[in-house]
Design a protein around this ligand. Sequence first.
Ligand SMILES: Cc1cc2nc3c(=O)[nH]c(=O)nc-3n(C[C@H](O)[C@H](O)[C@H](O)COP(=O)(O)O)c2cc1C
Length: 261
Amino acid sequence: MTGIYFSGTGNTALCLSEFLKYCGGGELYSIEESAAVSAISRETELIFAYPIYYSSLPKIVRDFIDGNSALWNGKRIYVIATMAMFSGDGAGVSARLFGKYGAQIIGGLHLKMPDSIGDEKALKRSFEENRKTVEASLRKTEIAARRLSDGKPDREGLGFFSHLAGLFGQRLYFGWKTRGYRKAAKIDGEKCVGCGTCVELCPMKNLRIADGKAFAGEQCTLCYRCFCACPRGAVTILGNRVYDQNRPTRYFPKSGFSDKL
Ligand SMILES: Cc1cc2nc3c(=O)[nH]c(=O)nc-3n(C[C@H](O)[C@H](O)[C@H](O)COP(=O)(O)O)c2cc1C
């Protein structure tokens, strides 16, 4: 099986790579890699994973699915959605889109992980609580991968009631925030030292350095990678404060766990 994912701060990357391991291994590509498209073309069975934003798809993920609409016909796709607390139909939001493009959805899995919105007080947990959350999800991942291998995949987030929960629980009120790319990232010019880490890591190429400082454009997909990676805590996105206790996993398959992602 081939795993395809988007991960802002590492949670989804970690979950998918563990899942694949328990499924017996396979190739893993971020949608940011140009090789992802040819990998998808070669494979019939895929695992597709992403973080949930307001019970919706991150704009970058929606654009990838829509922008490659011809790729999905005839694919068998198992969807994994990671979230901090609640999504309702986290797996369902992409499943419906894949279905529209001719794919068959073979299962869905929801995994709770640390909250990646690190600049707002809501949902902040201690390191210890975050560690337990990750451990619990990785255990769940192992069980779900076995069920898939046994031909009895989970179907979380795919049913009618999940759809209603996602829609009325969040998407109706907040889903608009993921409809377009936004002018969201804010750089504190006092703290920024112009190291360029955010520029290097931004999946949207939405940041640049000018006169020794970082500047953000209007194409933010709200992934929080720049926030998470900034060594000076100079970036905020939706909130205004950097909560140190909230560092999501920062795991990426090709570099492993990293302080710099
Ligand atoms: C803009 C934004 C919106 C989010 N909305 C939700 C949400 O509606 N429900 C939830 O449980 N978690 C929500 N989260 C938390 C992420 O889904 C969660 O932390 C996810 O595991 C991050 O994955 P990543 O590290 O792969 O980017 C949101 C995060 C961001 C950045």
